[in-house]
Design a protein around this ligand. Structure first.
Ligand code: DGT
Ligand code: CA
Ligand code: CA
Length: 515
């Protein structure tokens, strides 16, 4: 977000931007529709088209009108759109700020899937504790981005923002805040399990508290609610009904990895390839974020015809050496994002790979290969003696491309055997390795490298999204590669990087998992 973006956004009426997604409508036509018919949402356009008002406009006609109706119906019937985390966060922030300014408001926090750090959210849920619910609701429905008010009751309201994101608000008393937060954080599966446990103990649990008969025995805090039914507080990221209740009862919940545990970042681009910022700027940004190391992993330019031009990489290696000489508390690691060809070979020659600290391998094409071929391709790449980290392993792009067909357990087994690593790419469009597979990786002893995949300095904050997703995957500090200090990391990287005997596998070191 920036001031200009906010100004422009507020200058646009209602949900008019969603009209631009309709095939056949550009800015000019949307403006014409708005000027003539005051249309500023899909539903309004549909109503006007149905009543024949659109065909009467200059440049539209009956055929266009019918076409628009079809396109709108197709859009409205489509699976409801889910939103990426940064988009949801950007809408959420100003709303929370607004409500926190209302007199008498205690807490104003996100709940639902956003709080659980799910990779996408269907809608946003906000929970506020306050005595004057009406004042909070008034502030809520008059937030800048609100295009439509869907419901405005005393304690619950819903709005639709201009970008199509729905936001639900719930206002509760402070003494029920914890119970309401548990309830509206979900997930539904987690809530159902909680209710069952309460019932088995002769208690009742709902969004107002935990009750024995008519007596409320807990509700002000989340911890009190869990404790009242014999459980320990469960981190929101685990509340998916995937074994967290049993672990809570048994006292075996994992100590989840946190952002402050990360000592470095193992995947970043500069203006030498996909990125926008210089080496120097990336290093400064990493240092400003308290990191001790940053791996630079640019990719080969497409030279065409299978040619490889590595001059740029050799120059970058030298430049990194020069820069590193100027730091005393920080190191740029020399890396590359090597493309994995369909035959499993890497698109960077071995003599260059041998000069690097790490090699991040990535599939960048052929996502639709059949599962066995995709798996073979990756197994072969992992077998390369210089291979270090498998980047964004499933290739999914949230909302755009499904994970490719891949035998993930086989890949993890191979990575464990070769003592290399898999990435959890923190780019909020990827969050790949997906959470369930992260859990599997930890189980089979493959450390997960959380990478920002930064395209610019600010993208280093992707590490935060990576951490959220890693927590959904039950990962602890010890399951994550870049919680190691540089001194601890070096020998782990060295095992693949042409250290004596590494190609024979004879001198492979033990990876100090859990150390
Ligand atoms: P989303 O919005 O699709 O990304 O996912 P959630 O989990 O945010 O779902 P949402 O917004 O429908 O509801 C928020 C939370 O409220 C949900 O995680 C649990 C609670 N909740 C909603 N409906 C029910 C229900 O019918 N039963 C129970 N036990 N809890 C519910
Ligand atoms: Ca939600
Ligand atoms: Ca909701």
């Amino acid at each position: 977000t920036c001031e200009l973006q906010q100004t422009l956004r507020h200058a646009l009426p209602g949900a008019i931007v969603e009209l631009l997604d309709v095939p056949g409508l550009g800015a000019k036509r949307v403006k014409a529709l708005h000027d003539a018919l005051h249309v500023d949402s899909l539903e309004q356009l549909r109503a006007e088209a149905k009543s024949g008002h659109v065909r009467a406009l200059p440049g539209f006609g009956a055929k266009t009108e019918a076409h628009l109706l079809d396109a709108i119906d197709e859009r409205l019937q489509r699976e409801p759109q889910r939103f990426l985390l940064p988009d949801a966060a950007q809408s959420l922030r100003p709303m929370l700020e607004r409500m926190r300014q209302v007199a008498g408001v205690g807490e104003a926090v996100p709940a639902g899937s956003f709080r659980r750090c799910r990779e996408t959210v269907g809608d946003l849920d906000i929970l506020v504790s306050a005595q004057d619910a009406a004042a909070v609701a008034d502030a809520f429905v008059s937030c800048g981005d609100v295009a439509r008010v869907l419901a405005n009751g005393k304690t619950r309201s819903s709005v639709m923002l201009g970008n199509g994101l729905q936001v639900d608000l719930r206002v509760v008393d402070a003494d029920a805040f914890g119970a309401a937060l548990v309830y509206f954080t979900g997930s539904k599966a987690h809530n159902i399990a909680l209710r069952r446990i309460a019932q088995a103990g002769g208690l009742k649990i709902n969004e107002y508290g935990v009750f024995r008969g008519d007596e409320r025995i807990a509700g002000a805090t989340e911890a009190s609610v869990y404790e009242a039914i014999g459980l320990r507080w469960v981190p929101p990221e685990l509340r998916e009904g995937r074994g967290e209740i049993d672990a809570s009862r048994a006292g075996t919940l994992p100590a989840l990895v946190e952002r402050k545990h990360l000592h470095g970042d193992l995947h970043a681009h500069t203006d030498a390839s996909a990125g926008r910022d210089s080496l120097r700027a990336m290093a400064d940004a990493a240092r400003a974020r308290g990191l001790a190391y940053l791996a630079i992993t640019d990719r080969m330019p497409d030279a065409g015809g299978g040619r490889t031009d590595c001059d740029w990489l050799v120059r970058q290696i030298d430049e990194i050496d020069r820069l590193n000489a100027s730091f005393d508390d920080f190191v740029l690691l020399k890396g590359v994002e090597a493309g994995i060809r369909e035959d499993g070979s890497l698109d960077v020659p071995d003599d260059v790979l041998g000069r690097l600290d790490l090699v991040v391998g990535a599939v960048r094409d052929g996502f639709d290969l059949p599962g066995d071929r995709q798996t073979e391709r990756i197994l072969r790449a992992i077998d390369h003696p210089y291979f270090t980290i498998l980047a964004h392993p499933t290739g999914r792009l949230l909302g755009e491309r499904d994970a490719c067909e891949l035998d993930v357990p086989r890949v993890l087994a191979a990575a464990a055997a070769r003592r290399c690593f898999v990435e959890l790419d923190g780019d909020p469009r990827r969050l790949d390795l997906p959470d369930l597979w992260c859990r599997e990786a930890a189980k089979v002893g493959v450390a997960v490298a959380i990478g920002s995949d930064a395209r610019c300095a600010d993208d280093l904050d992707n590490l935060g999204y990576g951490i959220g997703h890693a927590r959904r995957g039950w990962l602890t500090r010890h399951d994550v590669l870049n919680t190691r200090t540089l001194a601890q990391l070096r020998p782990l990287l060295a095992r693949t990087m042409g250290g004596a005997g590494s190609a024979s596998g004879a001198s492979k070191r033990d990876r100090p998992k859990g150390a």
